[in-house]
Design a binder for this molecule. Structure first.
Ligand code: SAM
Ligand code: SF4
Length: 324
């Protein structure tokens, strides 16, 4: 069984946001006051996520990533990862996190046998880190990274949103930091999703990233790099050192034609596309245990995935609500 949309794209990857809350307020993701949180009763319960995931897996989803907001701020998340893995021993299971809360969750994350973990890390400079996250302390992230590297996770990647005038000067240092720790760095093109902050003057495109990275290796495009599903990142490797890095070319080179993903928001809506505000409500169907209804909604809703990029959805807080 597989979900194929009307344009022939096979959908095998689901990103599930478990919360829209976060302990950070990254300037490109959330307004300073945070976003109006959905009340606890209106977000998917853990058992509902498992129920929905059974349907998604039966439809052909082979990779599930938990994201947020910050997944680990949700109470019981680490235990849930273990339960989820027990329920789905064979799928690729991953999580995207700011790493600040990993240390206390180390045992559970190990038990959950994650296929991959993506850690956001925009800068290595403590002051810049505090300013981009508005409240974050880089020490907790560094401890979290060390803890993550002891959890036996298949692949640990770093995600760095590159912003001109803020952290573009740190690019070589950021790449070297990840490689030295055995992680795969990924550079994310800054997406215009937060009002007021994005501008062409702040944007650093993939071609410039490659030019700067040119001082660190002889980069050739590669199709895979040990990740668990194909995705929006273009990867480059240096044959001499075996090092690789990815660039998420979300703005300069849209990956719509090979997009393989669907998104579930914390409040139980499906999104066919990050850049398309249309949501397919699933919560009522899930709470009524209407399996046929969910299957119909997902298979029909997937056709809302546009053929090509039509520009970004706007509004601060978009990313934290959908999970990037
Ligand atoms: N809190 C977790 C974290 O930060 O990794 C998971 C959720 S966060 C919304 C997922 C990813 O979206 C992060 O890597 C973050 O850097 C990225 N992101 C958020 N806003 C973005 C923007 N405007 N442009 C590019 N990436 C963005
Ligand atoms: Fe929180 Fe992640 Fe958004 Fe930063 S990028 S505010 S850590 S959800």
């Amino acid at each position: 069984m597989s979900i194929v949309d009307m344009r022939g794209r096979q959908i095998d990857y689901a990103r599930i946001s478990v919360t829209d809350r976060c302990n950070y307020r990254c300037v490109y993701c959330m307004p300073e006051e945070g976003v109006k949180s959905v009340s606890h009763g209106d977000i998917l319960r853990y058992e509902e996520i498992i129920w929905l995931a059974r349907i998604l897996v039966s439809l052909g989803i082979r990779h599930i990533r938990f994201t947020g907001g910050e997944p680990l701020v949700r109470r019981g998340m680490a235990e849930f990862l273990v339960d989820f893995r027990r329920e789905f021993p064979d799928i690729a299971l991953s999580m995207t996190t700011n790493a600040s809360l990993i240390t206390g969750a180390r045992a559970m994350i190990t038990a959950a046998r994650l296929s991959s973990l993506n850690i956001s890390l925009d800068t290595l400079d403590p002051e810049k880190f505090a300013s981009i996250t508005r409240v974050g302390d880089i020490e907790s992230v560094m401890s979290g990274i060390s803890a993550a590297l002891e959890c036996g996770i298949g692949v640990v990647k770093t995600n760095t949103v590159l912003i001109r005038g803020f952290n573009d000067d740190e690019l070589p240092r950021t790449l070297n930091f990840a490689w030295d720790k055995g992680m795969t760095p990924r550079i994310i093109e800054f997406m215009p999703l937060s009002e007021g902050l994005w501008g062409t003057d702040k944007f650093v495109g993939a071609s410039e990233v490659l030019r700067i990275a040119g001082s660190l290796g002889n980069w050739a495009p590669v199709t895979t790099t040990g990740g668990s599903s194909r995705g929006p990142a273009a990867y480059y490797a240096d044959a001499a050192t075996g090092r690789s890095f990815g660039i998420i070319e979300a703005v300069s080179n849209h990956f719509c034609s090979s997009c393989n993903r669907l998104r579930i928001t914390a409040s139980g809506n499906m999104r066919a596309c990050l850049f398309n505000n249309e949501e397919i409500p699933l919560m009522k169907l899930i709470r009524e245990l209407d399996e046929d209804g969910v299957i119909r909604a997902v298979t029909a809703g997937i056709n809302l995935k546009p053929e090509e990029w039509r520009g970004a959805a706007d509004g601060a807080g978009v990313m934290s609500g959908i999970g990037g």
